[in-house]
Design a protein around this ligand. Sequence first.
Ligand code: ACO
Ligand code: ZN
Length: 157
Amino acid sequence: MDYLKIRPATIDDIDMVIAINIECLPEHYPLNFWLEHLEKWGDIFYVAELNNEIVGYVLSRVEEGHSHFKSKHIKMGHIVSVAVRSRFRRKGIATYMIIALLETLKFAYSAEEAFLEVRTSNEPAIKLYEKLGFITIKKLSQYYLDGEDALLMAKAL
Ligand code: ACO
Ligand code: ZN
């Protein structure tokens, strides 16, 4: 039987998380970026472990800013990077990780919203976020280094 565990990342996971990021996404980060996130936001940096193997991660941080839905200043979770290795996709793993993350953002950080940016061409990810209740706030023109636009998506928690 398959055994899936969603848990906070540890230093021992970082090499695998970086490998998954490189394998799955065009946006890469230096080692320090990952280590700083682990130190500051380790409880909202999740990995998915399937049968003792890391198959995905979601990295986030908490920021303050203007609500996407109301006229006020709030704490919000910024989902920076999510990936699941291709052969483990469509099993609900990203969904489980993001649901766990949204719970922690709301109850441990009192974040009132979560938001993220996603490439306009990234249909699987956009579908995933819509299914989780995120809505498109606006298009961010030429957001990525290669000139592609992003959708800014947000969800009230
Ligand atoms: N086509 C259409 N809909 C999809 C697809 C797809 N290929 N993949 C997921 N979805 C939608 C479906 O509605 C799906 O539900 P269903 O399977 O019941 O139809 C729902 O999303 C949930 O899918 P999960 O199984 O939870 O998602 P998965 O574990 O496969 O991971 C992810 C999705 C993270 C987008 C994965 O495809 C991936 O790693 N892609 C490459 C990296 C990437 O694009 N990351 C997001 C970038 S944006 C950012 O990081 C903020
Ligand atoms: Zn972002």
